[in-house]
Each structure stands twice: as C-alpha cells, then as structure tokens.
Design a protein around this ligand. Structure first.
Ligand code: PLP
Length: 402
C-alpha cells in the first residue's frame, strides 16, 4: 500500500494472498497518503462488520462502525460527547487503565469508581457497582455511562456471561450507556475455561435496548502494532441522531490514519485455512499465544512464592497485577521523598535490575495496599522473574523486613 510497484517486484517471492489483499485495498483506497471517509474506508468497515457477525453470530451494520486512530481516540470521543462538565459521572473500574481517569479529568467528568475484587480473581460485582452509584447519588453526581474493560487492564480478568448479563440489565435500569473496552479480546490464556464474550453478543442475546459502544484495537492481540494507531468502535442501540453527531465530531479530525485502518483490515481478516499465508499465520499466532500463557503462569506462580506477595494468575490480556506488602520503613521512606510506596518500589526495582513495572497508584488501588503492573510479553521471563525475586527479598530486608 505504501509502494504499489513493489507488488510486481516481489510477485514470485511473497504469498499470492498478500499481494491480492494489497491490490484489493489499493483499488478501493487509492493512495494511502490521501484522506479517507471520516468514519473510515467503507470496504474496511464492511470487513469489520463481517468479523463481528462471525464472532458473535448476530448482524452488524458497517454504518454502525467508526474506524479510529486506536481505541483511545474512540474512548476520548465518546467521553467528550457524554460528559456535561462538572456534572456527569462515569462509572469506572478500579484498578483501571489510566486512559479513563485522565480523559475524565480532561473533560471535567466525575469518576465514579467501582472496585474489582482481587480475592475473587479481580471479578466485577454488581453489589459493588450499586454501592458506588448510591454513593455518587448522595453527592449529586449524575451517572451517564459505565465502563467495563474486558479482558481487564491491569488485572487480566475476564467477565463471565452471568456477570455480563447483570451488567447490561443494570445499565438498562439506570439508563446508562455501556462502554465496553474489549481491546484484549484475543489475548486469552485458557480460552476453554475462560472464553471471551463480547458485550454486543450479550446485548443481542438478551434482546436488551441498552446503548452500547464496543471498542477494539490493533494495538494488542498478537500483532501489537500500537504505533500505527488503528482501532474501531461499534455502536449498538445508538440512535441515528446520535450517530450523526458522532460522525460530525469525527469529521473535525478528517480521518483516522490510513495505515492504521489497513491494520484493522488485517486484524479482522486474518488468513483463512487453504490460503497460502495461513500456515505461517497459524504457527506464529499459536506460538505467541502459547508463550504469553506460559510466561504469565510462570511469573504468577513464582511471585506467589515470595513473602508478602500475592498475585492473581490472570486468564487474559498481557499483564499481572501483584499485590505487595511493604515494610513500614519503606512506606515512611517513600513519604519522606514525597512518593507513593509503590513508586519507590518501582523506581528501586528499575535502578537495581533494569526492569520497568508500572506502580499501582497509576491504575488505582485500595488505601494502604500496594501493587505494580508487570507485562508478560518479554522473552527471557525466567531470567527476569529471578531478578524480581532477588530484588524483592533485598528490598524487604533493606527496609527492616515485614
Ligand atoms: C484497556 C485499554 N484500552 C485502550 C487502550 C488504548 O489502545 P490504543 O492503542 O488502541 O489506543 C489500551 C492500551 O494499553 C488499554 O490497555
């Protein structure tokens, strides 16, 4: 797509389906240096709708699809549209991916945090969401939407069908828009026991009128092409009037990057059995999934053996979110430096080992608790989990033990 004459030069070397795909997109798009339709290239939106139909078993309309510069652009647009400054509350999970708190703060929305239950594998509880809502009502906050991240970041948790149905019914009862962040939908470590279900399929299955926006991205999965900025959102039960407003809003920024849109096309149309690229695609994909699952489990198992550390072995996404007990002296030392204890831990870990983790205070954690987020992507996990173990023991000892 960047250099069409290349197709001729490599025609005997590259798989024919790759060239065929590029030519098809080329015929539709022309130069990828030009703007596209503001909602994204129509043919690519059609392919997204076909992908969703195949995934869920329910119809999807390309007109309900907006291609975006990554999921973040979609989330930001929707929060912008939903929020009346200093009035609107948005229910968000804690811990959460900081895009939500940051964007809420940008648009002067009010976060209504609901806590995920670590002792129950970071599950989402309706009772917890209800009490968060009641708390917000007491403060005069007007709730407008509920955010769910499934599979979760930073927790890696996956929602089960019953919880999903309850969440949908809850949104119906309270007239909330459901914002489903499903960017990790293919990062599943044990799909037999922990499968992914999309909120779109649940909404359709129970025939719910709840307004739903579902986000997906090329940044995750096995490709992880996050720098290209590609993603989409699908509108379900959203009126034509609101979709027209969304269209007007996306028109302001003209169009999402074309290379990101092409990335979305590749994500939603992977090679099929019988096509020349399929064997390599299958091999690479399976290898990456297996490595992620194995690394995640290995790290969780090893971390759980450390004194003062507990770690839920996540069934999805790319992370672990261990809880660490820290010595009082470490907490005081952090206070003296004007840092949170988890930040002190993360900084010392970085200095000592070169391992970069994200302190839990960036995602949200209960008062008095300390966490950090670890990614399970890197090869050589055995080596770096040993370094983590060594560091943890030394840190605890340095600050007087637990
Ligand atoms: C839960 C979640 N949502 C959205 C995003 C942003 O994705 P994108 O790169 O598509 O903007 C991320 C990135 O890490 C994420 O973890």
């Amino acid at each position: 797509m960047e250099y069409p004459p290349l197709a001729e030069l490599v025609k005997d070397k590259w798989p024919s389906d790759v060239l065929q795909r590029a030519k098809e997109l080329q015929a539709e798009i022309g130069s990828i240096g030009a703007y596209s339709h503001s909602k994204g290239v129509p043919l690519i939106r059609k392919h997204v709708a076909e992908f969703i139909e195949e995934r869920d078993g329910y119809p999807s309309d390309p007109e309900d699809i907006f291609l975006t510069g990554g999921a973040s652009a979609g989330v930001s647009l929707l929060l912008n549209v939903l929020i009346t400054p200093n009035e609107t509350g948005i229910l968000i999970p804690i811990p959460q991916y900081p895009l939500y708190t940051a964007t809420l703060s940008q648009f002067n929305g009010i976060p209504i945090p609901y806590h995920l239950s670590e002792s129950d594998g970071w599950s989402t509880s309706l009772a917890e969401i209800e009490s968060a809502l009641a708390e917000a009502a007491k403060k005069g906050v007007k709730p407008r939407a509920l955010v769910v991240i499934n599979p979760g970041n930073p927790t890696g948790a996956l929602l089960d069908l019953t919880t999903m149905e309850n969440v949908v019914r809850f949104c119906e009862q309270h007239s909330l828009v459901l914002l489903a962040d499903e960017v990790y939908q293919t990062n599943l470590h044990s799909p037999q026991t922990h499968p992914f279900h999309s909120f779109k399929s649940v909404v359709r299955k129970i025939n719910s009128p709840v307004p739903l926006i579902s986000f997906h991205s090329i940044s995750k999965g096995v490709k992880g092409e996050c720098g290209r900025r590609g993603g989409y959102f699908e509108c379900t039960n959203i009126s034509e009037e609101v979709r027209a407003i969304l269209y007007k809003m996306v028109s302001v920024t003209l169009c999402p990057p074309l290379s990101g849109q092409i990335g979305v096309d590749c994500m939603v149309r992977p090679p099929k059995e019988g096509e020349p690229s399929y064997p390599l695609y299958k091999k690479e994909t399976e290898t990456i999934h297996a490595a992620l699952a194995q690394r995640t489990k290995l790290m969780a198992d090893r971390l759980n053996l450390l004194p003062g550390v507990s770690c839920v072995n996540s069934p999805g996404a790319l992370y672990l979110y261990p809880k660490i007990e820290l010595p009082d002296k470490a907490v005081k030392a952090a206070e003296a430096l004007g840092k949170s204890p988890d930040t002190l831990y993360a900084l010392e870990l970085l200095d000592e080992t070169g391992i970069c983790v994200v302190p839990g205070s960036g995602f949200g954690q209960k008062d008095g608790e300390h966490h950090y987020r670890l990614t399970c992507l890197c090869p050589g996990v055995e080596q770096y989990v040993s370094a983590l173990e060594g560091f943890h023991r030394k840190f605890v000892e340095k600050y007087g033990g637990l």
